[in-house]
Design a protein around this ligand. Sequence first.
Ligand SMILES: Cc1cc2nc3c(=O)[nH]c(=O)nc-3n(C[C@H](O)[C@H](O)[C@H](O)COP(=O)(O)OP(=O)(O)OC[C@H]3O[C@@H](n4cnc5c(N)ncnc54)[C@H](O)[C@@H]3O)c2cc1C
Length: 429
Amino acid sequence: MSTTPTGTISRRRFGLLAGAGFATLALPTYLRAQDKAKVVIIGGGAGGATAAKYLAKDSKGALDVTLIEDNDTFTTCFFSNLYLGGYRDFASITHGYDALVSAYGIRKVTGMAMSVDRAAKTVTMADGAVVPYDRLVLSPGIDMVYDSVPGYSEEAAQTAPHAWKAGPQTELLKAKLDALTDGQNIVMVAPPNPYRCPPGPYERVSMMAHVLKSKGYSQSKIFVIDPKPQFSKQALFQEGWEKHYPGMVEWYGPDVHGGIQSIDVAAGTVETDLDTFEGALLNIIPAQKAGAIATAAGVAGETGFCPIDAASMRSTMDEAIFVIGDASIAGDMPKSGFSANSQAKVAAMNIRADLTDSKAFPAKYSNTCWSLIETDDGVKVGALYEPKDGKITSVEGFVSQTGEDAALRKATYEESIGWYDGIVADMFS
Ligand SMILES: Cc1cc2nc3c(=O)[nH]c(=O)nc-3n(C[C@H](O)[C@H](O)[C@H](O)COP(=O)(O)OP(=O)(O)OC[C@H]3O[C@@H](n4cnc5c(N)ncnc54)[C@H](O)[C@@H]3O)c2cc1C
């Protein structure tokens, strides 16, 4: 396969590529219906839904846009910690695809994409259906590397949920959290870098502590066993834990716990060099890699994630494929819903420039991650990014400070509510 890290493909060249694709394929009638260039997006989450919407909306019908997503609805991981904390209900973080279909004419194919034939430019679905594309966007999110934690597995996740993909896992974690009695402990195993949502585990600790505190529990503890020596917004979280939940949260970095030897989900134990931690609730968040379809398509590198051109989000391994969101290696950008949404717009703009008469402008990206520590105590970290020396690079950043007053923290939390409403509307309506 050819490698084109930068630039767009000339329209003449695209015509040749597209022509070759159409000539070799025997397509079902519904897929031959239109003579427009075809863009297929795999993954209808933060990145994929945004990409589908902006491709369809901004091309004003010039592109044939198909969104492949395994589920009928999408539950956001963002604000799933607030669901755990009792601030949101499950329905409020779950969104459908009807508006994307009815307002923008996007074709939604519900099912699992199993493989990509890059030579033929087709995606094969679990039911055997074949979907052709001229450009393919991959936004499959992450998969868990279960065996990165000795003793953990997909099956064990039914007892000790990771809840790092929102849905039944999140509901399971909430049910287990709500069932705890005073004196029962929680043990979280935090993930190693790189992983989805750097502040996410620590916001989750805060929300679990909030639930225990709200019930008046004074004996329960939350142990965090972390493979990382430090974590996102650490000073802010640790200040907040001391202020709101004194004595409840104990965080152990690798220099203290010495390494995770094994976990036993039936016994509720996490064994480290230092000690064996016991919990009635284990929340095990393993290492992560790009969703399986990225590896199946052959566009994931050795790290398990996908290298991209920083100016366009185009795969460095295939000029007809764009990888956005958590599956991509996006330089300084964290893996977040905000980042995926921002990257999707850059990819959509470059795909329209490839396939229609529109122009691609220089890429600009942005992200902010808000976290709630306790009621009305919100903090944030964020930055603007641009491609520099082949990498998406932070050009301007900001982070909440320790010791901020309550009014500012409340305003930060309220800002996050506005952000959530705005970004899910930007993705799904
Ligand atoms: C606890 C937690 C809190 C978070 N909080 C925030 C936050 O406050 N702010 C923020 O910006 N981000 C937050 N995030 C991160 C955010 O959820 C992710 O970074 C974001 O969802 C990534 O978008 P994506 O498009 O890459 O993947 P996803 O949003 O996960 O979407 C991937 C989609 O692809 C589908 N899919 C995968 N493979 C296939 C296939 N082969 N065929 C068909 N469909 C497929 C999946 O079903 C899924 O719907 C949080 C994450 C967690 C876990």
